[in-house]
Design a protein around this ligand. Sequence first.
Ligand SMILES: Nc1ncnc2c1ncn2[C@@H]1O[C@H](COP(=O)(O)OP(=O)(O)OP(=O)(O)O)[C@@H](O)[C@H]1O
Ligand SMILES: [Mg+2]
Length: 384
Amino acid sequence: MTDFNPEVPYNDLPSLPPAGDQIETTQILKSCIKSRVALAELKQAAELIPNSAVLVNALPLLEARASSEIENIVTTTDKLFEFADIAEDRADAATKEALRYRTALYEGSKMVQRRMLSTDMAIQICSTIKGLELDIRAESGTTLKNRVSGETIYTPPVGQQLLMDKLDNWADFMHDDSDIDPLVRMAVQHYQFEAIHPFSDGNGRTGRILNILFLVQHGLLDSPILYLSRYIIQNKAAYYRLLSKVTQEQDWASWILFILDGVEETCTWTTDKIKSIRELMEHTGQFVQKQLPKIYTWELVELLFKQPYCRIGNLVDNGIAKRQTASVYLKQLCDLGILREVKSGRENIFVHPKYIELLSGEENVWVYYAGVETETAVEAELAS
Ligand SMILES: Nc1ncnc2c1ncn2[C@@H]1O[C@H](COP(=O)(O)OP(=O)(O)OP(=O)(O)O)[C@@H](O)[C@H]1O
Ligand SMILES: [Mg+2]
């Protein structure tokens, strides 16, 4: 259709909005409605867990792991939790990079409370991910290659000023074309950001963070808890293929539908995960209350879910107990089988295996602690 050549910098990348009437077909609008419903359910599910730190600590780490893995930076949920917030400097390179992704997502979600998404924010996000002060690409030579065959798939535009102009148009589109559904706008801007490819590396991850921030900015999410990279990594071939199809055939509809499906599927998955976390919290609470009534408080149980790798200091900082008592509490929780003491560097920390398994698993199954089989509030709600 066009004379697009993957080897030549695509300086003719068209400005937004996309030409034609492809971006709001009946099918797209129907799909938008489904995704909006799923987002609303996710927002509601998040309210099941009143302490927002539980979800905001856990879900962005899952997102960071998957989004970094798309780039072949492979780490585990376990390692992320072990090193998060406390011993980041001791982590291996891949874990550090995924933790920086998480940090960028946090920082970004604070920024969008105060100002609109912009080129400057994208620069800041990419700098945080890469751990370097970056600027918009000035040099040429950035290309996207097929990892297996080595063939060039796409060569982004070149020229710093041209990139800045295209980014201005990208930012304007995100804020100004408000008669277009925000989810459609999110999909369109994600393609455009990747096609501009403003940095020499980190564009995919920066773009995926921007998607989540866009939803937060538009009030479709309260906090950055959507785990959209799960869908993208599971459908990576389609992700790459459909980005290319926009460039080569201006096939916006397939791309937008792909992203809308992703939002819906991920929301449903994340909502189910949150409900399971809530159930496990309640069940664990009942178990501790029954077995260790002297030490039980809801704050203690909540802490085990805020910090799946727990230190004595966490109990002290949260006002649950003084050092000595805190250590006794954690040992008793180990004796009960809720926590396990492990060595991390020079200190001993306490891991919460059932919770880590629930977070890292695809499925939401977990085994009850013996002797506490009462129906939880969430189960009762689900059954009704
Ligand atoms: N044909 C294409 N046209 C435009 N953008 C593309 C195309 N194929 C892939 N991309 C985008 O480019 C990203 C890769 O770019 P880059 O290496 O700069 O990002 P990254 O964050 O380091 O890597 P990754 O996205 O693989 O994690 C992909 O994730 C995708 O978003
Ligand atoms: Mg890369």
